[in-house]
Design a protein around this ligand. Structure first.
Ligand code: JFZ
Length: 369
């Protein structure tokens, strides 16, 4: 089927930047923002959804949420300590939330007043994080929600001409913010898009395609997953011909492919929460907390199926990590110290899991098999 805005490449990227991505094995996700202050609680009540979605809870007035920036002061935030913890855990890349659905920007954006400089903390948080991780040899990816609850021009759908006019302004705003991020933080290796599932965006295949091409021209080597674009018909991730639109499949969220055929031979990563659901800090973790052992098993499975595994952390409003997360990171790091050879630069070995574990192979072990 002829498509104007479908996949422009069939098969994997083979350039050095993407080869580097493929070798990571283990990554870290960080969700940090205004929601980290509440930790899922408001007025003595507990929100059962993911804590970073609390603004959408009918018990919490928008006005209250949108004024939280006045209390945002992560005074114990220590980017070097965050990078050290990630380094000990053995992660090769980190994805940080620059702006979640609430629209609050953790960097001093010229294009939105709803940003870190208006808080008691005042200082940029993204720059120091980018530099600390980069210095520790950990590649940085920026999470960016296209959907923005704070922007009046955001639309869920485009039903009228006025909607399209507003949404066109929103597109320009989005492009400006992304240009700003890549300009301020040239160390960035890729962008992790989110909030792209609404009809308005699905009707914007031409724009999302041009945006993707523009960002890659601005920042050669940039890696963007399949959660950004839509094709001519509003298909996401895979175009109407079944081809992946993006540098890797970005749909494995809190789930792992069943077997190798489910990956369709594409690059992919799986992003995982330690509790059942919820990415931002939550005072109460509902349900089962994955143990380090369970997370390590998932990591091994992902690498054995040619994917990367990314574990999410939700620091507290003061900028420190809960003990449970610190311990989890440390135990995974201890395991990585001994077993990293089976993870870094490793992939599908063609052998099924046995009762004693998963198989992965690297360039070196491939020769010795
Ligand atoms: C999104 C966000 O809404 C969430 O807060 C978090 O940031 C997570 C990493 O991404 O949530 C999603 C997005 C996509 C799916 C599910 C949850 N999905 O495709 O199944």
């Amino acid at each position: 089927m002829p498509l104007k805005y479908g996949a422009h490449r069939i098969g994997k990227r083979t350039d050095p930047d993407m080869n580097r991505w493929r070798d990571y094995g283990l990554g870290e996700f960080i969700h940090f923002g205004l929601y980290s202050i509440l930790g899922g609680d408001y007025n003595g009540m507990h929100y059962n959804g993911a804590s970073e979605w609390i603004r959408s809870w009918n018990k919490l007035p928008h006005e209250v949420y949108d004024n939280l920036y006045k209390k945002f002061n992560p005074k114990d935030f220590d980017p070097e300590a965050w990078a050290k913890m990630a380094k000990q855990m053995g992660v090769k890349y980190v994805t940080i939330t620059t702006k979640h659905h609430d629209g609050f920007c953790l960097w001093p954006s010229k294009f939105s007043d709803f940003n870190i400089t208006k808080t008691p903390y005042k200082k940029d948080m993204i720059g120091p994080m980018v530099r600390a991780f980069d210095k520790a040899g950990i590649d940085v990816y920026l999470y960016f929600s296209v959907m923005d609850w704070h922007q009046k021009d955001w639309r869920y759908d485009l039903k009228t001409a006025a909607d399209s006019v507003a949404f066109n302004r929103f597109k320009t705003f989005t492009k400006n913010q992304l240009t700003e991020l890549l300009t301020l933080y040239p160390e960035t290796k890729g962008l992790w898009f989110d909030g792209t599932w609404d009809t308005s965006w699905k009707k914007s295949g031409a724009f999302s395609d041009s945006l993707d091409q523009y960002l890659k021209k601005l920042h050669p080597g940039l890696i963007i997953g399949s959660r950004l674009r839509a094709d001519d018909y509003g298909n996401r991730h895979f175009d109407a011909n079944g081809h992946l639109m993006g540098d890797y499949e970005q749909g494995w969220e809190r789930k792992i492919p069943k077997d190798y055929s489910a990956t369709r031979g594409n690059d992919w990563d799986c992003v995982m929460t330690i509790p059942e659901n919820g990415w931002g800090y939550a005072k109460t973790w509902m349900g089962h907390w994955k143990t380090p052992y369970e997370l390590i098993e998932m990591l091994a499975k992902c690498v054995s199926l040619d994917g990367n595994f990314v574990i999410n952390f939700g620091p507290k409003g003061d900028g420190t990590f809960r003990n449970k997360e610190i311990q989890t990171a440390r135990q995974i790091g201890d395991w990585m110290q001994v077993n990293h050879e089976a993870i870094y630069g490793a992939g599908y070995a063609g052998w099924e899991k046995q009762d004693w574990g998963y198989y992965t192979k690297t360039e070196r072990t491939q020769r010795s098999i």
